[in-house]
Unconditional design. Structure first.
Length: 477
């Protein structure tokens, strides 16, 4: 009997060894995402913004120069890339509805429309990964819902952490253009205290703790920072990096000043419209300070990954849910279809890559993240996904995987759609009834001259209209 038990013991031990060897071969995923972060990063050529830790990620991976969100607003964008479906499929084209009393609701949620979909993190759960969310992955009203689950999808995670820091506790110290309101409008604070006391500092601390807990792997750790979303709260030292008298405001084109076509500028709202130049510089200083503060928290998490010896077997993604205006075109925040609002930073760093530090001009969309990560980890992605794997670009940054990237935004009951090709950005509002825009991004990267009515470009307009027409669902405006 003792012999028999002993035999079973050897067999069991053997199974455990085999299991842990198989597990060790599966790469971990560290998915880092900032909220409302545009490409104002040193790694993306910005002349002022300090982002040493995101720069370090760029040095170990491939940076996508032309990566685009599918909808420049939190819930529509996040619902899209976490399900791998475009906004016309998820049907999430707004953030969460509020009750008549102003309370957040859990609707609309993509599961209202595609209930059985398997999300990106859920796929990893189904294949034996430990999957955790810290902070904002699906939509959260920021700062209103910090410390809650927000508009979460429980099926996506084994474990969730909702940090709540000093930025929330001392909210009444935040300056706001609309006193008492901190999310929808511009607001900021040069805060007292240490990084670790702020919500994003606590997010990083929790991420480090889970890396320690999950180090046997495989894990999919999703870390969602709340900054640089408004209110732009960061410790004083980050504001000191950006003297206001050195900040130059973007120049406006004649179309920007006249605001034509009107739909393109409809995201403008009071009281942001009434700011003085001094206040505009203060807002930009605070946004940049928030970026550098968030970047420091990225650095803490990646440092822990290295300290624990996990970097050799972990794929790191760094991105944002959409772009952001800081007075380019006279606009602030998101919800436009200009390049600033559609474009996102995207860095994918694989261990053992021979392309470390490469940049690629291949077009990429956030909806590509799902098939890319499934591909890199050898997991079977659902066949209905709307994106494509970016793996060929990670192996050779000079290749393309798609001819165009698409972004859409809502204007009341109508929609604007935009297509970006390597050379052009073409946008039409309500099928063109409310305006058409064509920009030569090679000659005019600042989108100052709308060429849509220029007869010389009629063929280009027609071709891009066809590309957009093939993309649009049959009933879309
Ligand atoms: Ca956002």
């Amino acid at each position: 009997m003792r012999m028999l038990l002993h035999g079973w013991g050897i067999l069991l031990a053997g199974c455990l060894v085999v299991t842990s060897l198989a597990a060790a071969k599966k790469p971990n995923v560290l998915f880092l995402i900032a909220d409302d972060l545009n490409c104002d990063l040193h790694a993306y050529g910005h002349p002022h913004v300090h982002s040493p830790h995101i720069d370090a990620l760029a040095a170990r991976g491939v940076s996508f120069e032309r990566a685009y969100c599918q909808f420049p607003l939190c819930s529509p964008s996040r619902s899209s890339f976490l399900t791998g479906r475009r906004p016309d499929v998820t049907r999430i084209i707004t953030n969460s509805r509020r009750s008549p009393e102003g309370a957040y609701t859990n609707h609309p949620h993509f599961r209202d429309y595609i209930p059985d979909t398997v999300t990106l993190p859920q796929l990893f759960r189904q294949h034996g990964y430990q999957v955790a969310r810290i902070g904002k992955l699906y939509h959260y009203g920021v700062p209103g819902q910090i410390g809650t689950d927000g508009l979460d999808d429980p099926a996506s995670w084994d474990h969730v952490v909702n940090s709540y820091g000093r930025d929330k506790v001392e909210e009444d110290r935040v300056f706001s253009l609309v006193p008492g309101s901190y999310g929808g409008t511009l607001s900021w604070l040069a805060a007292d205290g240490a990084d670790e006391e702020q919500t994003d500092g606590m997010v990083a601390t929790e991420a480090i703790r889970l890396l320690e807990e999950y180090q046997q792997g495989p894990f999919f750790l999703a870390v969602g920072f709340y900054r640089p979303h408004t209110p732009y709260v960061a410790p004083h030292k980050y504001f000191d990096l950006y003297p206001r008298d050195e900040i130059r405001l973007p120049a406006l084109s004649p179309d920007d000043k006249r605001r034509v076509p009107a739909a393109a500028y409809q995201s403008a709202k009071r009281p942001q419209e009434d700011m003085t130049n001094e206040l505009r510089r203060e807002a930009i200083q605070a946004y940049w300070a928030s970026i550098t503060f968030m970047d420091a928290q990225v650095g803490r998490v990646v440092h822990a990954l290295e300290r624990l010896g996990l970097a050799e077997n972990t794929i790191i993604v760094m991105t944002s849910d959409h772009g952001y205006h800081m007075y380019e075109h006279g606009l602030w925040q998101k919800m436009s279809l200009f390049e600033n609002s559609c474009r996102v930073p995207l860095i994918i760093a694989e261990p053992d890559t021979n392309q470390a530090g490469a940049t690629s001009t291949a077009l990429a969309e956030l909806v590509d993240l799902y098939p890319t990560l499934a591909d890199l980890c050898g997991l079977p992605a659902p066949d209905y996904l709307d994106g494509v794997s970016l793996r060929p670009v990670l192996e050779d940054p000079s290749v393309d995987v798609k001819p165009a990237a698409f972004t859409q935004v809502r204007r009341g009951n109508k929609m604007g759609y935009s297509v970006r090709t390597p050379r052009w950005r073409y946008t039409h509002w309500d099928r063109g009834n409310d305006g058409v825009q064509l920009f030569d991004m090679r000659a005019d990267p600042g989108e100052t001259t709308n060429l849509a009515d220029n007869p010389k470009h009629a063929d280009t307009v027609e071709k891009l209209r066809e590309i957009l027409g093939a993309y649009l669902p049959a009933n879309a405006s």
